[in-house]
Design a protein around this ligand. Structure first.
Ligand SMILES: [Zn+2]
Ligand SMILES: [Zn+2]
Length: 534
């Protein structure tokens, strides 16, 4: 989420979400902190969306519960947002506006124009925001594809914007470490076609549901080979509906068949297109690989195509599925074997081309890990942007830019907000710590019953283990721990030290040390005192 503010006007660019890191146990989604916008609601004029990927629109349902603003985006982007808001019951009071190549949206001080780019989803646009101090360009996610599947990127308009002068450029850094140009979607199309022509059995094709052009290439390859098409996976089915509705996916009448009817067709007459290219635990292909899909099982002779490269962090899951599919006798084609995927993000030459077209005075690399941002700054320096005019920003940083100066201002409230099921809350590292401990070493509950009237211990302390060492094999360890607990509590009661809360704290500390010394593990310790009056 980026904001451009001039005096009392704020426009927001993209409201995305992140998927949690491995150590964020129990967290479903991570969304941006909108506190600054809530505090300045009266200044927020609009939200602009560069394209329809989750990391650019996924946070909307949560942020729109906190702020109100009209939304602007291209047709497919708005189509996807509509479906998303409908799911969250937010559609009725939200103003959605479709923009195109020629739109200009003007406010009192700011005005926004759009230039078409190529990316792994159609209808991706960069923004040129005219301010009284100069033009700020935000590229969105992009690559330059000279033989794209859909419309080409509008280089003439980019050159025009650059020629008029760009004060600051914010540009996608995802592939800044990779040399050359990003391969064209056409190469992928050719590979898909060749592969389909070669396959004699059933084909299962997995890719990102949002990669609408890729889906259309699959449709066309299937037509060429006289195969019917079955679509599985919730997000894939949704995109097929929205895509066909808006004319981005064109499928001949009668070509799509119900997945339940797949077995009525010969193996070489079917393509199953599915989610799960990232090994996501609940996605269709993952279930199929694990033999737990309700309707589809993999057979010897099937060819499974992964048309996506695993996002770092997902690789292990992807390769686990691939192994299982091979074990089931299928053939698996994935990115490292053939050109069946091309990234939607520009490599170094694409990024240089953008820098050359825009010739910005100030440069801010965005969208990438820190090392990618650093690499992108080096490219900018090579092309003549002055080192002191380049800024790597962290979440919450404010860059104050005027015609002749740029400097960091005071930070605004920022950070990650966690979504767990229906609960949305600010980061509480304490809770995450507890979960990590629990998942690593389990839980020990220490139950002590005391007489409320005279604080005599009536029974216990007894230790109950959940997920810690196998109790039957460690009776001695547990008994020693219980004796230690009894001594600790007994002493505090005898000397009338502190309250029950203090006893709990002391008990936790003593037992944590004890178990760490004996087992080198740190189970979570939960002391419970039951008070009874006799
Ligand atoms: Zn994207
Ligand atoms: Zn992105």
């Amino acid at each position: 989420m980026y904001c451009i503010q001039y005096q009392d006007e704020i426009i927001v660019i993209d409201v995305g979400l992140k998927f949690p890191d491995d150590d964020m146990l129990g967290i479903d989604l991570v969304i941006p902190d909108a506190t600054y916008l809530v505090e300045n609601q009266d200044k927020v004029k609009a939200i602009f969306l560069t394209h329809g990927h989750e990391d650019h629109i996924g946070g909307l349902p949560y942020v729109l519960k906190q702020i109100k603003a009209p939304i602007y985006g291209a047709a497919l982007t708005i189509g996807l947002v509509k479906a998303k808001l409908e799911e969250h019951g937010l559609l009725s009071d939200q103003q959605l506006n479709v923009i195109n190549d020629d739109s200009i949206i003007s406010f009192e001080h700011l005005s926004v124009a759009f230039f078409r780019t190529n990316h792994s989803i159609p209808d991706s646009f960069g923004l040129a925001v005219t301010t009284p101090q100069g033009v700020i360009v935000q590229t969105g996610d992009f690559k330059f594809d000279f033989t794209p599947f859909g419309k080409p990127s509008d280089m003439a308009k980019m050159a025009q914007i650059g020629k008029r002068g760009v004060l600051a450029l914010l540009s996608d850094s995802t592939n800044s470490e990779k040399e050359g140009f990003t391969p064209s979607e056409k190469i992928v199309g050719d590979s898909i076609r060749e592969l389909f022509l070669r396959c004699e059995g059933r084909i299962l094709f997995a890719t990102f549901a949002s990669n609408v052009h890729r889906l259309q290439q699959v449709v066309e390859a299937a037509i060429l080979c006289n195969r019917k098409l079955a679509v599985i996976g919730r997000s894939m089915e949704k995109v097929f509906l929205i895509g066909q509705d808006l004319g981005y996916i064109r499928v001949p009448e009668g070509m799509i068949i119900d997945i339940r009817d797949v077995n009525k067709y010969a193996a070489d007459k079917v393509v199953i297109i599915c989610t799960g290219s990232q090994g996501e635990p609940n996605a269709a292909l993952t279930r199929i690989a694990h033999g737990s899909h309700r309707l589809v099982e993999v057979n010897p002779g099937d060819t499974i195509i992964y048309s996506a490269s695993p996002i770092p962090g997902n690789a292990k899951n992807v390769y686990r599925s691939i192994d299982l599919l091979f074990r089931a006798g299928a053939d698996v084609i994935h990115g490292s074997i053939l050109d069946i995927h091309a990234s939607g993000h520009g490599c170094q030459e694409d990024l240089k081309l953008m820098l050359n077209l825009m010739k910005p005075k100030y440069f801010i690399p965005i969208h990438g890990e820190h090392r990618m941002l650093v690499q992108h700054t080096r490219l900018a320096e090579q092309l003549g942007v002055q080192t002191q005019n380049i800024f790597i920003l962290n979440i919450g940083n404010v860059l104050q830019v005027t015609r002749d100066k740029a400097q960091l201002g005071a930070n605004v409230a920022s950070g990650n907000v966690f979504v767990e099921g229906r609960v949305v809350s600010k980061v509480d590292t304490g809770i995450l710590d507890q979960r990590r401990k629990l998942s690593k070493s389990g839980l020990l509950i220490v139950v002590t019953t005391i007489n409320k009237n005279n604080n005599q211990i009536l029974s216990g302390p007894n230790i109950v283990s959940r997920g810690f060492v196998y109790v039957r094999d460690s009776g001695e360890l547990m008994r020693t721990a219980e004796r230690l607990a009894l001594r600790t509590v007994g002493r505090m009661i005898e000397h009338k030290e502190g309250t029950i809360e203090d006893w709990k704290e002391r008990l936790s500390a003593e037992l944590t040390t004890f178990f760490f010394e004996r087992t080198e593990r740190e189970p979570m310790i939960m002391p419970v005192f039951m008070e009874v009056s006799t």
